[in-house]
Design a protein around this ligand. Structure first.
Ligand code: SF4
Length: 319
C-alpha cells in the first residue's frame, strides 16, 4: 500500500488512544506530543476549504435519504463488489441475496438521471487527493448549520478497498462529534484493513506491553461498522462481526416479521421505520454499538409484505 502519512496517522489515532486508555505505558510528554501532532493534522484538513461549494467541487454533494434523520453518502449500486458477486451466486444456488432486491438498483428515486449522475460523480471523486478535507467540510457544514449528529455512509454502494476504508476512517477521526454508521458486505476489506493497521501500529509504537494483534474496529468510538448478511432470511454474521469489533444486520421476510405480535415487533433488534411513516424518527439503533444486531423487514418495491420466492433459508449455519 502506498504510504500517506497523514491518512496513516489519522487511522492510528483511535487505536493508540484506546491503548493509552487501557494501560499502554507512554510518558505524558510523548502522549502530549502525539495529541498535538494529530490536532495539527486535523486543523490543516479543516482549513483546506473555507466554503461548502469548494468542497462540493471535489467530492460532489452528500446524499438525501428520506428515511434518514440527516445527510448520507452514496455511490452507484453497480460498484458493490460483494453485492454483484452475491447476485450471481444467488442465481446459481436459488438463494435470494438481499442485493437482488436492492432498492437502489435502478429503482425508486435512484432511477432519476440526476440521482444517477450524482452517484457517478461521487464515485469518480473517491481517489481525489482532497477527498478527505472535502468530505470533512461537508460534514462540518451540516453539523454547524443543521445540527447534524449522525451520518450514514453508503445508503447505496459499498467500500471499494482498504484505501477507501482508510479515507472514511480519517474523515471519522476529523469529525469526532458525529456518530458514523457504515453498513457493509465487504468483510474481507475489513480483515485486510486490520492487517494494515497492525503493521502500522507495530512500526509506530514500542508494542511490548500492548496487544496489537487483537485490535478491533470498536476502538473507533464514533464509528459503528455493521456487517450485513447477504442472503435474505439467513443467519446474521455475528461471529465475524464480534471478531472484528463490528455489529451486524440482516434482512428478514416481512411476512415472517408481520406474523409476530406488535410487542415482539417492537423488540429492540427490529427496524421499526414502517411504524413511523418509513422514517427513522427518534430511532438510532443502526448507529448504536450496543445494539449487536438490527433486523430489517424485507420490502419489495419499497412496500412491506413483499413475497419472497424462494425463501425460508434459515437452514444456513450461523457464522
Ligand atoms: S433500525 Fe432505526 S435507525 Fe436503523 S434504519 Fe430502522 S429506524 Fe432507522
Amino acid at each position: 500500500m502506498v504510504k500517506n502519512r497523514t491518512v496513516d496517522y489519522l487511522n492510528c489515532h483511535p487505536f493508540l488512544t484506546h491503548f493509552i486508555n487501557n494501560g499502554y505505558d507512554i510518558s505524558d510528554e510523548e502522549k502530549k506530543e502525539w495529541e498535538v501532532h494529530i490536532k495539527r493534522i486535523v486543523y490543516r484538513i479543516k482549513k483546506k476549504f473555507e466554503f461548502k461549494y469548494q468542497a462540493e467541487k471535489i467530492c460532489h454533494t452528500l446524499s438525501d435519504v428520506s428515511k434518514m434523520p440527516f445527510k448520507s453518502y452514496n455511490i452507484p449500486a453497480s460498484k458493490c463488489n460483494v453485492g454483484n458477486q452475491m447476485k450471481k451466486i444467488g442465481k446459481e444456488k436459488s438463494l435470494l441475496p438481499a442485493c437482488v432486491e436492492c432498492y437502489a438498483d435502478g429503482r425508486n428515486n435512484y432511477a432519476y438521471p440526476s440521482v444517477i449522475e450524482a452517484t457517478e460523480k461521487r464515485f469518480k471523486s473517491l481517489k481525489d487527493k482532497d477527498w478527505i478535507p472535502a468530505m470533512v467540510k461537508l460534514i462540518d457544514h451540516n453539523v454547524n448549520v443543521h445540527s447534524m449528529t449522525h451520518f450514514r455512509w453508503h445508503d447505496v454502494g459499498d467500500i471499494q478497498g482498504v484505501w477507501h476504508l482508510r479515507n472514511i476512517i480519517a474523515v471519522c477521526v476529523c469529525t469526532p462529534n458525529v456518530q458514523h454508521w457504515l453498513p457493509t458486505l465487504e468483510t474481507q476489506v475489513l480483515k485486510d484493513y486490520l492487517v494494515y493497521m497492525k503493521t502500522l501500529l507495530k512500526e509506530e509504537t514500542d508494542c511490548n506491553n500492548i496487544d496489537i494483534d487483537n485490535i478491533k474496529f470498536d476502538s473507533i468510538d464514533n464509528l459503528n461498522i455493521r456487517i450485513s448478511t447477504p442472503i435474505i432470511n439467513a443467519y446474521p454474521l455475528t461471529k465475524i462481526a464480534n471478531d472484528l469489533g463490528c455489529t451486524s444486520s440482516l434482512v428478514e421476510s416481512s411476512d415472517r416479521i408481520l406474523a409476530k405480535n406488535m410487542e415482539e415487533f417492537m423488540e429492540n433488534s427490529i427496524c421499526t421505520s414502517s411504524l413511523t411513516e418509513n422514517e427513522c424518527a427518534d430511532c438510532r439503533k443502526c448507529w448504536d454499538k450496543k445494539v449487536p444486531l438490527v433486523r430489517y423487514p424485507f420490502k419489495k418495491n419499497g412496500k412491506m409484505n413483499g413475497k419472497i420466492e424462494p425463501f425460508d433459508l434459515y437452514g444456513g449455519k450461523e457464522n
